[in-house]
Design a binder for this molecule. Structure first.
Ligand code: GAP
Length: 453
């Protein structure tokens, strides 16, 4: 079997995502809108499983983190104070020949001359700053007094609410505030499927600490986040930690790591882990005139905490999960002839559907009734898909292709027709090995729950 090239692999992934209902182009029936995507029935499950697992690990399993859910629109003053209104920009260049709008870092240089990567033209404008925030108006009047922006990151709501959350949660340093939510950036060139989108979701933690703990906690969170990616099934050798060099780091950051993944289109950032010092809180304290200081009861001192921020992209991680899971192998068809099998090898914890339940034959009332009973038995514990259509091998393949880790088949043994010892047992097929074992129906829920949680 020939191994597909990286670009062929990416094409196959994009096409599978559409064909099986993971990801569709937004507003597709109207020709789409660049950089915007919709998640279909399977994509939404995968995304939810990822967000739920992040929340479980980052909030519920810890004693030192609480959550919040901020609004997408905030007072414009937030974006002035954070620096986004003045500096959240990308340098943009126009090609006068083909009218392409390009990010300055996409301009290619050949024999010392700058060229448009689209048409090869050399007639380019000088780079100028383009603010990535989407501007909007709040209320009925569209003038300067009603301007604000769709948030370009979730983090600022956490800083703006720091004092309220501190007061109600009564946490002692170090402690964190976590949030998952939408962010919007008017990217000049959205590309690589969902990788660079104009609307996306972030999973961010702001972990507040004393200044002297900052560097140590930066290391700690980098390691925790690497563990997280391992626990969702991303191979360690495809993850890389880039130490962002001084000249590329925000001026207030004392250290930033990018966690990168080897996508088929190249090594790209999944998450940033940044030590942002007390910059954000001090900016908001200054601009709002409200104290955001922390009072240390032991030393009786007041000070602004520093912060370490692991900031991950939901959509990029979903894309990494799909790229990591996509595989092709050889498996026998109904007649024993080898054929190519497409399998999404998702970690069971992330898989959109946890198990398929199949009656061996759809025209046997007893098999069908038993299979439906089993599906109902499992539904309170997991997302189950009942399927009675087509040959059993085809039904397995359909589930393999969307990454369902377990297939449960109800056959004549289940009904006790062949061997009474096998009555009320089913076969459980594991997706990757395709191995089957017989399991008592009463043990099914426990067996599967242990593997998907
Ligand atoms: N609060 C810090 C912050 O927003 P960032 O590096 O600009 O930092 C964090 O963004 C993460 O958000 C990125 O690592 C990436 O996963 C995701 N992200 C940023 N821009 C994105 C885009 N245009 N499309 C999809 N995900 C994006």
């Amino acid at each position: 079997m020939s191994v597909p090239s990286d670009s062929q692999r990416m094409e196959k992934i994009v096409s599978l995502c559409k064909r099986r209902g993971f990801i569709f182009q937004s507003s597709e029936i109207y020709g789409g809108l660049n950089g915007l995507w919709d998640y279909g029935p399977l994509g939404v499950e995968l995304k939810r499983n990822l967000k739920n697992y992040w929340w479980r690990v980052m909030v519920h399993e810890r004693d030192d983190v609480v959550g919040m859910d901020g609004s997408i629109l905030m007072n414009r003053a937030v974006w002035k104070a954070s620096g986004h209104e003045d500096t959240f920009t990308d340098p943009m260049v126009d090609c006068r020949s083909c009218k392409a709008r390009l990010r300055a870092d996409q301009i290619v240089e050949k024999k010392g001359a700058k060229q448009c990567p689209v048409c090869g033209g050399k007639d380019l404008t000088e780079p100028r700053s383009f603010n990535l925030m989407f501007k909007t108006y709040v209320g009925a009047t569209e003038d300067e007094s009603s301007v604000t922006y769709l948030r370009p990151e979730t983090a600022q709501a956490i800083f703006a609410q720091f004092k309220n959350v501190l007061d109600v949660s009564r946490k002692k340093l170090p402690f964190g505030i976590a949030q998952i939510g939408k962010a919007f950036r008017n990217e000049i060139n959205p590309r690589n499927f969902t990788f660079r989108s104009r609307e996306f979701e972030q999973m961010e933690l702001e972990y507040f600490c004393r200044a002297e703990e900052g560097i140590k906690l930066l290391e700690y969170w980098k390691e925790e986040r690497l563990k997280f990616y391992g626990n969702i099934g991303i191979a360690r050798d495809k993850l890389h930690v880039l130490t962002v060099p001084d000249e590329e780091r925000a001026f207030y950051s004392k250290g930033t790591y990018d966690i990168e993944y080897d996508f088929p289109f190249g090594r790209q950032e999944l998450e940033g882990v940044a030590y942002r010092t007390d910059y954000d809180l001090s900016q908001h304290q200054k601009a709002s005139g409200k104290s955001l200081e922390y009072f240390d009861e032991e030393t009786k001192q007041k000070f602004l905490p520093h912060v370490v921020e692991p900031s991950a992209g939901v959509d990029r991680t979903v894309l990494a999960l799909i790229c990591e899971a996509y595989s092709e192998d050889q498996a026998p068809d109904e007649k024993g002839k080898m054929e190519t099998r497409v399998v999404l090898r998702f970690h069971p914890r992330l898989a959109p559907i946890k198990c398929g339940v199949f009656p061996l034959l759809k025209n046997n009332e007893q098999l069908v009734a038993k299979a439906k009973q089993i599906a109902d038995l499992l539904r309170p514990h997991m997302f189950v898909f009942y399927d009675e259509g087509g040959a059993i091998g085809r039904r397995y393949r359909r589930q393999d292709e969307i990454g369902t880790p377990f297939g449960i088949t109800v056959d004549f043994e289940t009904l006790g027709e062949k061997d009474s010892a096998l009555c009320d047992t089913v076969t459980v097929r594991e997706r990757d090995s395709m191995k089957q074992e017989r399991v008592a129906i009463k043990d099914l829920a426990n067996l599967l729950v242990a593997q998907i949680s």
